[in-house]
Design a protein around this ligand. Structure first.
Ligand SMILES: O=C(O)CCC(=O)C(=O)O
Length: 369
């Protein structure tokens, strides 16, 4: 089994032997798309770890999150568990969203050239991205040497540049919702990333996020926050519902057996109209895709935050069936080099965001005075 990033990699270069699927059987609920599903959910084989009982206090905490969080209805939790994605309408009010947008946009302002350099690194193998000195130069190189069209620009980890952005990544209601959806007691921030699609930019390729994450976990999700309201024609995410639970496929099938997924029957769902403050959650193994942004309109910017369950370990690669896809390497290389395979994924660059450390400390201070 192979893996792909979000970008549109040439099948011949880095996806040799990858499954390719055209989804044909769509029901009335599903979006009519002629898109190729080029990445397969990649759970791999089971991890040999000891079975652990879930402690009672953990069960109680999870139950508490249910009461506290925006995803408070059992139906929503069930939907996320079954579908691998969820839309939370009006999660932020328009005022909150404008303030979030202002600090994300400001933090990203100085990073435009780097975002283009990142695309050069991904789409133009052999070109040193740091030899590129201007955005126009980057655009020319991508046009001439790119293995595919430009689908988006990515700017990673704005929370490391801006305290205001950092506060949004640890927003208490957001983080407790993440804990509830993952059903875990403690959550860490993995990364944040601004995805910018200018009018005329191409598709975001089918992929699942965990293919790009060097951590051995299933407890991972991404929050996708559009920075303006999205209309039907805008580039929204589309999800292959249930694909995050398709363990049978990678368990039984070889690379060749996964070449053609036609008839696998994933319903394809999207939340096409999103108002300011609406956001979506998707599980780390859920396959998702986004169409190009139409020419003639305005750009689409979406800010994403990814989280994982505290206690996960760095992936051991010795017997792994595949390599971590490198598209997000710029995001993780700073902490990855400090932690050995098999060790806990704990690092100052992967901060704990739930439960709220400040609240715990101030509670302890109150108790001791
Ligand atoms: O916004 C996009 O086009 C891609 C976002 C994405 O793939 C993700 O949030 O995992």
């Amino acid at each position: 089994m192979g893996s792909l990033g979000r970008g549109r990699f040439p099948i011949c270069n880095c996806t040799a032997g990858l499954p390719r699927m055209v989804i044909t059987s769509l029901n009335s609920q599903q979006q009519s798309m002629s898109c190729s599903l080029v990445v397969v959910v990649g759970q791999g084989s089971s991890r040999s770890s000891k079975r652990r009982e879930i402690p009672d206090h953990h069960r109680r905490n999870v139950a508490n999150h249910l009461l506290q969080t925006a995803a408070s209805s059992v139906q929503q939790l069930l939907d996320f568990e079954r579908q691998g994605h969820l839309c939370a309408r009006a999660f932020f009010n328009p005022l909150e969203l404008s303030s979030l947008k202002a600090c994300v946009t400001e933090a990203a302002e100085s990073q435009k050239l780097n975002a283009y350099r990142h695309r050069v690194a991904v789409l133009c193998p052999g070109v040193d991205p740091f030899s590129v000195k201007t955005i126009q130069e980057a655009q020319n190189i991508i046009r001439l040497k790119g293995t595919d069209e430009l689908g988006f620009l990515q700017t990673f980890n704005l929370h490391q540049r801006s305290q205001a952005v950092r506060e949004w990544t640890s927003h208490p209601r957001l983080c407790s919702t993440v804990a509830a959806l993952l059903g875990v007691e403690r959550v860490r921030l993995y990364q944040d990333c601004l995805f910018l699609k200018m009018p005329g930019f191409g598709e975001t390729n089918w992929h699942s996020d965990l293919n790009m994450v060097p951590i051995d976990t299933n407890s991972f999700l991404t929050v996708w926050i559009p920075l303006r309201s999205l209309e039907k024609d805008d580039s929204s995410l589309h999800f292959a519902s249930g694909s995050h639970r398709d363990f049978a496929l990678p368990y039984w099938q070889s690379n060749e057996g996964m070449m053609n997924l036609q008839g696998r029957g994933y319903p394809i769902n999207t939340y096409s109209k999103l108002a300011l403050g609406d956001l979506t959650f998707h599980h780390g193994w859920t396959l998702h895709w986004a169409p190009g942004q139409p020419l003639g309109g305005t750009h689409r910017a979406a800010w994403t935050i990814s989280y994982f369950a505290d206690g996960a370990r760095i992936l051991c690669t010795k017997h792994a069936r595949r390599k971590v896809q490198e598209e997000d390497a710029w995001s993780f290389q700073a902490w990855r080099k400090d932690i050995k395979e098999g060790q806990l994924a704990r690092h100052p660059l992967l901060p704990a965001v739930f439960p709220d450390q400040e609240k715990i400390l101030s509670g302890r201070r109150r108790l001791s005075t």
